[in-house]
Ligand binder design. Structure first.
Ligand code: NAI
Length: 302
């Protein structure tokens, strides 16, 4: 089996002062990567800041003989994102890998979801990925190599009570990935998505205690390290990882129903009549990009 090795690679891991990000940063460094350990060091809901979390992880990496520098910027600002990338370029000369991992939670049922909780979560997860990835993408394009990992959530993919802000932000990252996979392809910049479940301060009151003990971030780390390796040449994959379970999720489209010749507009009643066929997911198709979707209209256009 070919070994996954990051010698000579430079990685940015956002929010790597704790939880999953810390585990990614340590494992990347153990396998030779030079790592920017970014962490704002705030609370679970994104309040406050501290240098301590990032510094501690950098010290741990150095104690193991690895190379790392800390960065304490907020991913949710354009200036912060630019400075995170600058930290990597100044310290190590380039950026090969970005893992967009920083995250907060501000759960409320939808009617109680005030603007500050909506915006706070959107800004860290969705805008944060924009702020960090955009300057990094420029460096990667110029170098003809890059691996980007976005972090989504089952709350977005499948739904979860009280997380409308978080779910919307996390699904926004899938849309962003769908475009970056196309724009990065010819520069060998690949963007994929991880759907983790693991014990951390974000899940300590969500996962049942007996689960919490077992759900080590290391299980997720193996999938993330593969996604940001040279060996992974896939683009736009969404990978679930928890305990020892790994699988792919995807947006797929059912075979559908043709209700007209493309000239006559079908009535709402005809749509109702064919609802089971329209909503069937039997033999679904995966479209790699929007123009492929237009192909299904072929039979109507003939
Ligand atoms: P965590 O709370 O242990 O780690 C997140 C880190 O991000 C913290 O150290 C925090 O200080 C940092 N951070 C927060 N806002 C930041 C900002 N604006 N700029 C820079 N750093 C910031 O949480 P965990 O569980 O390790 O989460 C990592 C990612 O995985 C998050 O994006 C989360 O939404 C996602 N996720 C986690 C799941 C889990 O089961 N733990 C499930 C699904 C998604």
């Amino acid at each position: 089996m070919a070994k996954i090795d990051f010698t000579g690679r430079v990685a940015i891991v956002t929010g790597s002062g704790a939880g999953l990000g810390k585990c990614y940063a340590l494992e990347l460094a153990k396998r030779g990567a030079k790592v920017v350990v970014n962490d704002l060091g705030g609370s679970r809901d994104g309040m406050g800041s501290s240098d301590a979390a990032a510094n501690k992880v950098v010290d741990e990496i150095k104690a193991l003989g690895g190379e790392a520098v800390p960065n304490y910027d907020n991913v949710a600002t354009v200036a912060g994102g630019a400075n995170i990338v600058k930290t990597a370029v100044d310290a190590f000369g380039k950026v090969d890998i970005v893992i967009n991992n920083a995250g907060i939670l501000r759960d409320k049922s939808f009617t109680k979801m005030e603007e500050e909780n909506w915006d706070g979560v959107m800004n860290v997860h969705l805008k944060g990925a924009y702020c960090v990835t955009r300057p990094a993408f420029e460096v990667m394009r110029a170098n003809g190599y890059g691996r980007v990992v976005m972090t989504t959530s089952g709350a977005g993919l499948f739904g979860n009570f009280g997380q409308s802000n978080y779910a919307a932000a996390k699904m926004g990252l899938i849309g962003l990935t769908n475009v970056l996979k196309i724009e990065g392809e010819k520069y060998n910049v690949k963007t994929n998505v991880i759907v983790p479940v693991a014990a951390s301060r974000l899940t300590e009151d969500v996962l049942p205690p007996e689960f919490f003990e077992k759900m080590k971030p290391d299980f997720v780390t193996s999938a993330v390290l593969y996604l940001c390796s040279e060996q992974c040449t896939d683009n736009g994959m969404i990978i679930n990882a928890a305990l020892g379970y790994y699988s792919r999720s995807a947006v797929v489209t059912g075979p559908g129903a043709i209700l007209s010749d493309g000239k006559r507009v079908p009535t709402p009643e005809e749509v109702m009549e064919s609802w089971n066929k329209i909503t069937s997911l039997e033999n679904p198709k995966y479209f790699g990009m929007l123009p492929e979707m237009f192909g299904v209209l072929g039979p109507v256009l003939q």
